[in-house]
Structures are given as structure tokens and as C-alpha cells.
Design a binder for this molecule. Structure first.
Ligand code: NAD
Length: 335
């Protein structure tokens, strides 16, 4: 069986996912949801999408009665994800949602609850969880090859361009660099160490306060502490390019990846030598991997479900609280 997917939001990342899906064997692009008729027409022609699988943001609830679509991949501005995923769930379709899954943990939890209630799956677009060099480092860590993990460093940033884009509008983005790119260091700290943090501290700085107005973070340094005693030191920024590096050190060894989360190829080495796993388009691996999770009930190496997304949102909430209060903020993971 093949997972039949409709993409909601035909922007730059939606287009990248659609192109990558052309190489998938288990997932197929069969539908679109868009507010722009000219984009729908272009996608229909390029991907051979029938008119009956095309929807807009007003009428997509009717996908409920379309037996030819299994899942909807939401690739719209961050603040829209919550309502859109909940509508997808109510239509009885599996939801795949881009990161950040929402703009805070409370909204994210509502999405998880709605999907649970509707008995549909919710997966978050964490493409690195399917990337071969990343998975090799995780395998080595689980095998004890680094010894006890003591330290992670995550550096995530790029220079944001056009100030009129939705990423620079808090109502649509929920925040600045942290929601967009800093989340890679948060998620990476968790999959590289294999632990969830129990405290965070954070400091915000701005080199361009005129561009980064209230609620739009430019640069945040943050630290996390893990139950084992391991610590992480991270930087999230919208003020420099080529900032894409992970470093993991244990008692006995290290892994270093740069670039670590870009579209690839990922490059890296460990104390045992270079990482040589092949580069395959991340979104192709992700969509085939997600099809296997949904259709074959496979278990991922690193979770990509809604609960995994909620964890990152809880950490982002804590980072913003730490900045506001100047305090060390504790996190607990009991339900
Ligand atoms: P984009 O601006 O290129 O595309 C967004 C799309 O949403 C556009 O087609 C736009 O028309 C549509 N849209 C619908 N309602 C809108 C509204 N009210 N206001 C503005 N646009 C609206 O953005 P993008 O780069 O494709 O990002 C979309 C999502 O994908 C974001 O959540 C982003 O974080 C995520 N993303 C993830 C990755 C990744 O590697 N996983 C990479 C890029 C973006």
C-alpha cells in the first residue's frame, strides 16, 4: 500500500516536499489544499492531480468524504498549524505537520488530543529523524561508543531576509529564530543525548533591535541540563549564515556534524573516523519513513509523533520564560 498525501500550503517548503516525494516508493502526492487558484492549476499539471483532490482553506473539511486521500501534510505558517491540524483530524485523516507544530505547548497538546480523539495519527516534520548519518550517531550513542554523554553543543542560525515575510510577523510565526531554526538545536540536543532536559536557562540579545521588534527573537543563547548530569549549550539566531553545527561529547568519544540539519549533505565525523552514510534527499526518506509508520505501524528510531513535538514546544515555552524572568526554569515530564 502507498500513503496518499495531500499537501496544504504550496509555498517554498511545500514545493520542496512535493519534489522529494516524486522519488518516494511508499508515499504519493495525490492532492492539494491552497488559497491560490493559479498554484493549484500549476500543481495539478506538474503532479497529475485530479480536480476532485483539490481544496481551499474554506472547504477542505470535505476531504472527510474523499476516500482517495489518507493524510494531509500541513506546511503553512506556524500559527495556522493548530486550527488546520484539528480540522484535518475532524475530517478523519492522518495529519503530518511541519515544525514548530504550534506556537506554544498548550496549543500543541490540543492538537495531540484532537488527533487521539479522532483516532488518526499526528506526525511532525522532523526530517533529521530519518537521516542516515544522524541515525548512525544515535546508534553509536545507544551502543555506548561515546561512553556516558556529558555535553552537547547546538548552533542553529541563518540571516533572515525580507522583513515583510510571515516569519517576521509574530501573529503568524509565534516568534523569531527560536521557533524557526533554534528548534533544531532543541530537538537535536534531545536525540543526540537521548534525554529530555530537566532545566533551562536562556539569555536574549539583539544586534538589530529595529528589525527584531517585540516578541521576535533574533539571538538566544540557552543551556539545558539533563537527568544524567549532561549539559547542553546552544545558540539560535537570525543574524548569521552557515551556523549549523552539532557537537556531542561523552566520556570516551565525540561526534561532530557540520552541516548538521541543513538540507544536506550532512557532514560529520566521530572519534572513530568520518561518517560515510549516503546522502539521500531528506524529505524523500522522511515521507517513505512516515508512510511506513502510518501504514505498517513501524516504530521510528526517534519518535516523530505529536508528543515528541509537544516536548520541543514545552522547552521553547521554558526558554521564553527563562528570558523573561532571568530564572533557571525546571521542566518535568510526568503526565
Ligand atoms: P512559505 O511562506 O514559503 O509558504 C507558506 C505557504 O502558506 C504559502 O504558500 C502561503 O500562501 C500559505 N499560506 C496560507 N495561509 C497563509 C497566511 N494566512 N499567511 C501567509 N501564508 C499563508 O513558508 P515555508 O518556508 O514553506 O514554511 C512553511 C512551514 O514549513 C513553516 O511552519 C516552517 O517552519 C516549515 N518549514 C520546515 C522546514 C523543514 O526543513 N522541516 C523548512 C522550511 C519550512
Amino acid at each position: 500500500p502507498v500513503l496518499r498525501v495531500a499537501i496544504m500550503g504550496l509555498g517554498s517548503y511545500g514545493t520542496r516536499v512535493a519534489e522529494a516525494m516524486q522519488q518516494c516508493t511508499k508515499a504519493k502526492l495525490v492532492g492539494v489544499i491552497s488559497g491560490t487558484l493559479s498554484k493549484i492549476a500549476a500543481w495539478q499539471a506538474r503532479y497529475n492531480i485530479p480536480a476532485k483532490n483539490c481544496y481551499n482553506y474554506e472547504n477542505f473539511d470535505a476531504v472527510k468524504d474523499n476516500p482517495d486521500i489518507d493524510a494531509i501534510y500541513v506546511i503553512t505558517p506556524n500559527a495556522l498549524h493548530k486550527e488546520q491540524v484539528i480540522r484535518v483530524a475532524k475530517a478523519g485523516k492522518h495529519a503530518i505537520c511541519e515544525k514548530p507544530m504550534a506556537v506554544n505547548a498548550a496549543d500543541a497538546q490540543q492538537m495531540v488530543d484532537a488527533c487521539k480523539k479522532a483516532n488518526v495519527k499526528l506526525l511532525i516534520g522532523y526530517r533529521m529523524h530519518f537521516e542516515p548519518k544522524t541515525l548512525e550517531v544515535i546508534r553509536m550513542r545507544k551502543a555506548g561508543e561515546f561512553g556516558a554523554i556529558r555535553f552537547f553543543q547546538g548552533l542553529s542560525g541563518f540571516v533572515i531576509g525580507d522583513p515583510s515575510q510571515w516569519r517576521m510577523n509574530k501573529a503568524l510565526s509565534g516568534g523569531g529564530a527560536m521557533m524557526d531554526i533554534g528548534i533544531y538545536s532543541i530537538n537535536g540536543a534531545r536525540y543526540m543525548t537521548g534525554e529530555d532536559p530537566v532545566w533551562v536557562t536562556a539569555q536574549e540579545t539583539k544586534t538589530n533591535p529595529a528589525k527584531f521588534k517585540d516578541g521576535l527573537d533574533e539571538t538566544i543563547q540557552f543551556q539545558m541540563g539533563f537527568p544524567s548530569g549532561a549539559v547542553a549549550s546552544c545558540l539560535s539566531t537570525y543574524n548569521m549564515n552557515f551556523l549549523d553545527k552539532f557537537y556531542l561529547n561523552g566520556e570516551k568519544g565525540f561526534a561532530e556534524m557540520q552541516p548538521s540539519t541543513g538540507y544536506g549533505p550532512i557532514e560529520g565525523k566521530t572519534h572513530k573516523g568520518p561518517l560515510t552514510q549516503p546522502h539521500i534527499t531528506h524529505q524523500t526518506l522522511q515521507m517513505d519513513g512516515m508512510a511506513a509508520l502510518i501504514l505498517e505501524n513501524k516504530q521510528p528510531v526517534v519518535p516523530v509523533d505529536g508528543e515528541e513535538g509537544v516536548k520541543d514546544m514545552k522547552i521553547i515555552d521554558a526558554i521564553f520564560e527563562a528570558i523573561k524572568t532571568g530564572n533557571k526554569v525546571s521542566l518535568s515530564w510526568q503526565k
